[in-house]
Structures are given as structure tokens and as C-alpha cells.
Design a binder for this molecule. Structure first.
Ligand SMILES: NC(=O)c1ccc[n+]([C@@H]2O[C@H](COP(=O)([O-])OP(=O)(O)OC[C@H]3O[C@@H](n4cnc5c(N)ncnc54)[C@H](O)[C@@H]3O)[C@@H](O)[C@H]2O)c1
Length: 377
């Protein structure tokens, strides 16, 4: 079987989630290529060595550029802070490597366009990890919407709510600096929420966004005895209209006490509605106007049957799956694409479209009011 030799950059949260996926994928799926965990790249020598040993990476390296120059590497897995994605992805494409990239795709639309252009020019596989697209319940929602089960879509209500910044002692880390993260939850969580909206109900035609600051200063990550200024918004509320005519809202925050990782949507159409929530990710709520009048109501579908996307590879019906499974599904599809199975989605093209919405939202948040967006073909 063809082998795809991978170099990963970044070895913390996403480094672990991706390593787990590369390790599990051939145990449950039969992708057309087998991943080889070749090199783990990072800056911190001892943490990197421990990471590589635990997750099975054959080698470690502290210079990712040098690794990209090697002939025995086929793909790069970018699991670093956002401001590094563009430089790494462009260099990887120029070196002819396939790219598995974390979200938010980039810090600016210009960066995103350069990343897409270089990947397309090089003809490499490019994947952008909006992992929620590969939750089976989300895929069932897509099927029901595409088959017309909820009719003409009138409302999209998306929210990505976390609560970890309610702690005033949480340090000022890279996610709270403009230079490294571009923006706050609008970019970090909003990129996922926008991608899910685009995937399920289509592009945004017009948006407007309002941001809010709850905490202005935090202890510095590098020296907690000193305080530093939070440079990004604490919460953002985006409203808009989709190209198909639906009204939409997307709420993002890291201050929603009690909501730990509540990525959710509700979509209402002329014939029915759907609702999903990542904190209960195996279930899809479906309402149909077609049901007999005396028993209409949201039904609760446990999306764990063999007929549901990806589920058959895992456990018997009712034996639920979790957060990490979406990453394994993405790994399987990425490997198929690397073995010549055609493009994988979402990809850098989706990254550009997402950045278009994010930049417009940031401009709106800073006073640009309503912003119209070009609708892609
Ligand atoms: N798909 C998801 O749901 C999801 C969830 C969390 C984070 N992310 C994204 O994944 C990426 C990484 O986030 P994280 O939470 O793993 O961050 P993290 O802070 O936990 O880890 C970042 C890693 O990048 C490394 N790094 C930083 N600067 C580097 C440099 N100059 N060269 C080499 N390595 C460097 C760090 O040492 C660390 O290992 C971000 O883009 C983030 O938005 C995605």
C-alpha cells in the first residue's frame, strides 16, 4: 500500500488530536494510503521528545523548513498557532508536500489567497481542518437539507460558546493577541461556525458584526506577575443574510459560563427544522411539518446506525462516538486524496471563503456597518 510520510508541526492540543487520528485511522478505516508518523517538529526539545515517543513519531526536528526539504516527507500537518499557517503552507506547497492545516486558516484574506494559489499551483492535496463537518449527525443534517426535508431555509442560528476566559487568571496567551490569532472568538470559534453554515446552507451575501470586551487585562503567559492588554474581542455577534435568502446569526464567545464547547446550530425551513449541539454530538433533532398534526414535534435521532456516514467503521449502533472521531474521519479522507482519490473538503478554497467573511465581520466590528460579500460560484 502507498505510504504517506508525515511531518507534524506543533505538539500540544492539536498535535495530540492529529497524532491520535494518524494512529487510529488504519485500525478502523481502510484508506488508500497508510500514514507514516515520520517527524514531529517543534521548538521545545524535551517536550517534543516526550510527545514523539508517546505518539509514535519516528524522529524529532526543531527546524520545520529543513524537514520540508527532505525527500522522505510527503505531507505536512500544520498544528501551530494561526499566524504561522501561511508561511508553513506556502513553503510546503513549494516543496511539493500535501498539506493538512488547522483552522482558522490564516490571519488575513491576503494570506489565505496566497496559500490557495500556491497549493493549486503545486497540485498538492490541501485540507483545512474544520473537523465538525465530519460528525455523523452534521452529515445527516446535510443530507436532510439537500433532500429538501426542511424545505426553503429561512433561518440559520449558529453559536460557538465556550467559557474558559471567564477565569480572570487565564493568561494572556497567543489566542488573545492580534499578531498571533488575528482576532478573538470571531476567528477561533467563528471560523468553525461560518464553515458549518457554508457547508449546510450556503454562502453569506451580507453581514454585520458587533464585538464586546469584558476583560481588558490579563496576566502575561510569559510572566504572570505582570499584566498585559487583551488585544482581541471577548465575544462577537454576527448577523447577516445568506445568498439563498435566509437570515443568519452566529454568536461566538469564550465567556458563556456553563457552556464548555457548545458548537450548535438551529436551521428552520418552510417544511421543517433541524438542531444540533456538539456537547450532545451524536444526536440530531429533526422537526417535520409533514408529520401528522397530532404528533408533531422535534424527534431525536441517535446518529449511530451503520447507514450513517462513517459510523459503520466504529461500534455497534448506540455505542456513541466523540470529539476525536471527526479527526480520524478527516485523516481517512485526506489519505485517500493523497493516494489520488481527488480533492478533499473543506480545503484551502473554503479557507479563502471563510476568511472573506471573517475579514468583513472584523471590519464591521470596527465600524464598517453592513458589508456585502461576493458570492462564490
Ligand atoms: N480543529 C479544532 O477544533 C481546533 C481546536 C483547537 C485548536 N485548533 C487550531 O490548531 C492550531 C494549534 O492550536 P493548539 O490549541 O494546538 O495550540 P497550542 O498552543 O496547544 O499548541 C501550539 C503548538 O505550536 C507550537 N509552536 C508555536 N510556535 C511555533 C513555531 N514558531 N514553530 C514551531 N512550532 C511552534 C507550540 O510549541 C505548540 O506545540 C491553531 O491554529 C488553533 O486555532 C483547532
Amino acid at each position: 500500500m502507498k505510504k504517506i510520510r508525515i511531518a507534524i508541526v506543533g505538539h500540544r492540543f492539536m498535535g495530540r488530536a492529529h497524532s491520535n487520528a494518524w494512529n487510529q485511522v488504519t485500525k478502523f478505516f481502510e484508506p488508500a494510503a497508510e500514514p507514516v508518523l515520520q517527524v514531529a517538529c517543534g521548538r521545545d526539545g524535551s517536550a517534543l521528545a516526550a510527545f514523539a515517543e508517546r505518539w509514535g513519531w519516528a524522529e524529532v526536528a526543531t527546524d520545520w523548513r529543513e524537514v520540508l526539504g527532505r525527500d522522505d516527507i510527503d505531507a505536512i500537518d500544520i498544528a501551530t498557532p494561526t499566524h504561522l499557517h501561511a508561511e508553513m503552507a506556502v513553503a510546503a506547497a513549494e516543496a511539493g508536500k500535501h498539506i493538512f492545516c488547522e483552522k482558522p486558516f490564516a490571519n488575513t484574506l491576503a494570506e489565505a489567497e496566497a496559500m490557495l494559489a500556491s497549493a493549486e499551483k503545486a497540485g498538492v492535496v490541501h485540507y483545512l481542518n474544520h473537523n465538525y463537518r465530519r460528525c455523523p449527525a452534521v452529515l445527516l443534517a446535510k443530507k436532510l437539507i439537500d433532500e429538501g426535508e426542511i424545505g426553503e431555509v429561512r433561518h440559520w442560528r449558529g453559536a460557538y460558546q465556550q467559557s474558559w476566559l471567564n477565569d480572570p487568571g487565564h493568561p494572556l496567551d497567543w489566542k488573545l493577541r492580534k499578531e498571533t490569532a488575528a482576532a478573538g472568538p470571531l476567528w477561533d470559534l467563528g471560523s468553525h461556525a461560518i464553515d458549518l453554515a457554508r457547508f449546510l446552507v450556503g454562502d453569506f451575501a451580507e453581514i454585520e458584526c458587533r464585538g464586546k470586551q469584558f476583560t481588558c487585562e490579563r496576566p502575561l503567559a510569559e510572566d504572570p506577575s505582570r499584566m498585559g492588554r487583551v488585544e482581541v474581542e471577548c465575544a462577537a455577534l454576527m448577523t447577516g443574510e445568506l445568498a439563498g435568502g435566509a437570515l443568519a446569526s452566529i454568536e461566538t464567545t469564550r465567556y458563556a459560563t456553563g457552556r464548555r464547547n457548545r458548537h450548535s446550530f438551529e436551521v428552520y425551513g418552510s417544511k421543517g427544522a433541524l438542531a444540533w449541539d456538539m456537547e450532545d454530538m451524536n444526536r440530531l433533532r429533526f422537526y417535520s411539518e409533514g408529520d401528522p398534526e397530532d404528533r408533531r414535534g422535534f424527534r431525536d435521532i441517535l446518529v449511530t446506525e451503520r447507514c450513517h456516514e462513517y459510523v459503520g467503521a466504529w461500534w455497534p449502533p448506540g455505542h456513541i462516538i466523540g470529539y476525536e472521531h471527526g479527526f480520524v474521519h478527516a485523516a481517512a479522507d485526506f489519505l485517500d486524496a493523497c493516494a489520488g482519490g481527488g480533492p478533499v473538503e473543506p480545503n484551502f478554497r473554503d479557507g479563502v471563503e471563510c476568511l472573506r467573511v471573517l475579514e468583513a465581520a472584523a471590519a464591521s466590528m470596527e465600524g464598517a456597518g453592513r458589508v456585502r460579500l461576493p458570492v462564490s460560484g
